[in-house]
Ligand binder design. Structure first.
Ligand code: FAD
Length: 462
């Protein structure tokens, strides 16, 4: 079912009857299944008796994207192209800013359908394309369970304020999406596009930021996402509530890179988790809280707060208390380069940083500690915020995501409450190395990362 709340027309162009195909502009939802935008486009193509063509424009200058993220995306696109082909849809991939690639192909389109993205740059692309097209541009929101404005029409204060608003709509939106067969395929149409068979060679020819290298810990693509999800549900979900925070255990789903690139749908993940057999309800609830409530709170921040990527997005109490304590003496102060090369005095922090650099994914609990310590060890909260975002977005495969901006902001008081006042942090929540030692066998985490590091040392890791 494609609920009408997911659908929004972005321009005022009339349906003219002209056009030789319907065009699906794939951008955020890089997959061929459980994709409301794709299904909507198929239904529209069938209704008009037209074939459906898809286009993906690759900008080589996506803010903060680098070899690591492009590699993961290309792996996913290669697979999406094949999966779309099996459904009769030709995906044309072009090395062109998305707006240009879409405008070129839209010249012969009766209708353009696009998925929804939440970052500033993604919204700007859609606005500009909407102005350029002479056919309707329809956006279909598919990468959240509950559409952002259905959950709330304003910026939410915290998880506790958005939770009931999301839960109220779950019955209506946490429902399967049925696939429609495309009646007229576009496989015989001829267009220039990019070959993706040899990704290494393709990356080598692209003019992209090379600040983080490709990793092989997680391979991009919907089939990888499904394999990891199935493994998680069978082997880990039943311990999730208790063990997900322990960085020594691997009790996580690893869905975040795949969700970030839209290689798997949040709806599919949520439905599979909800339907898992033999799993305690508390584990399902804990997982759905993260996947739906926390994740969609992040989209809410990016949609409603224009300052989501700076300290200006935290609430007044947090900004004021951090300002009051900006002059406090810091026991340790590091610059970007010291943080990046994991040269702090703290073995736990260094291990977390190395895990991120080596694998492209730091354990979720360690991300909180990592961000809090950057706040503590930088000369000002503004600088700390900028360093945390820069490193997060450079090395995490799931970086540059609403969750990343929100996660960093959380370390500086966003979506949280005031705690007892202390040096540097003021009333912002504090985390300590002692806490890690009390809760976990944290030395085992350090050793785990050290083993990873030595096994990868020939590849030049930190
Ligand atoms: P699982 O525990 O298996 O969770 C399943 C899904 O739930 C995740 O994929 C994610 O979509 C969602 N989720 C889990 N935890 C959170 C959370 N705290 N907030 C919002 N959604 C959540 N997440 C990113 O996707 N990209 C980032 O760049 C990112 N940077 C972060 C930076 C900091 C400083 C902090 C504190 C958190 C950050 N997070 C980020 C949130 C969270 O740590 C990751 O989503 C999680 O670790 C991803 O691993 P997983 O998919 O194995 O998690």
């Amino acid at each position: 079912m494609i609920q009408e709340e997911r659908v929004q027309t972005l321009n005022d162009e009339e349906v003219s009857g002209a056009g030789t195909y319907v065009l699906y502009w794939m951008q955020h939802a890089q997959r061929a299944s459980v994709n409301h935008a794709l299904e909507f486009a198929i239904r529209e193509a069938n209704r008009r008796g037209l074939p459906l063509l898809a286009v993906f424009g690759i900008t080589q200058r996506f803010p903060e994207a680098n070899t690591r993220s492009y590699a993961f995306m290309l792996e996913g696109l290669r697979e999406a192209r094949q999966a779309l082909r099996e459904r009769g849809v030709q995906l044309v991939v072009r090395l062109q800013p998305p707006g240009e690639a879409v405008a070129d192909l839209a010249a012969d389109a009766a209708l353009v359908v696009v998925d929804r993205g939440y970052l500033r740059v993604e919204r700007r692309w859609r606005k500009r394309v909407a102005r350029r097209l002479s056919c309707p541009l329809v956006q279909v929101e598919t990468d959240v369970v509950v559409p952002v404005e259905t959950a709330s029409q304003k910026e939410e204060y915290a998880a506790y304020t958005i939770r009931p608003k999301i839960h109220k709509h779950l019955d209506a939106f946490l429902v399967p999406l049925e696939e429609t067969a495309l009646r007229r395929d576009s496989l015989g149409l001829t267009f220039d596009g990019l070959g993706l068979d040899d990704i290494e060679a393709r990356l080598g020819r692209m003019r992209i930021n090379r600040s983080a290298e490709r990793v092989d810990t997680f391979l991009g693509g919907s089939s990888q996402a499904c394999m990891l999800l199935d493994d998680f549900i069978v082997h880990k979900l039943d311990s999730y509530a208790e063990e997900r925070n322990d960085p020594v255990q691997d009790c996580l789903s690893h869905m975040s890179p795949y969700l970030h690139f839209g290689q798997i749908s949040a709806l599919e993940v949520a439905l599979k988790v909800r339907g898992a057999r033999g799993v305690g309800q508390e584990n399902k609830d804990a997982y759905l809280e993260e996947l739906v409530v926390r994740r969609e709170l992040s989209m809410n921040l990016c949609v409603f707060n224009p300052h989501y990527d700076s300290l200006a997005c935290v609430p007044d109490w947090a900004r004021e208390t951090l300002e009051e304590h900006a002059g406090d003496r810091r026991e340790h102060v590091y610059d970007l380069e010291q943080f990046e090369s994991a040269r702090t005095h703290d073995p736990y922090w260094n291990a977390a940083q190395r895990e991120m650099v080596l694998t492209g994914k730091m354990h979720g609990y360690m991300r909180m500690y990592w961000g809090k310590k950057i706040l503590e060890w930088t000369p000002s909260p503004e600088r700390g915020f900028a360093i945390a975002l820069e490193l997060n977005n450079r090395y995490e495969l799931d970086g540059r995501d609403p969750n990343g901006f929100t996660g960093v902001a959380w370390c500086f008081g966003k979506h949280d409450r005031a705690w007892a006042e202390r040096q540097v942090y003021g009333k912002v929540r504090y985390m300590s190395a002692g806490g890690l030692e009390r809760k976990f066998d944290i030395d085992a985490y350090v050793q785990k990362v050290e083993r990873l590091r030595s096994s990868q040392s020939q590849k030049g890791g930190v």
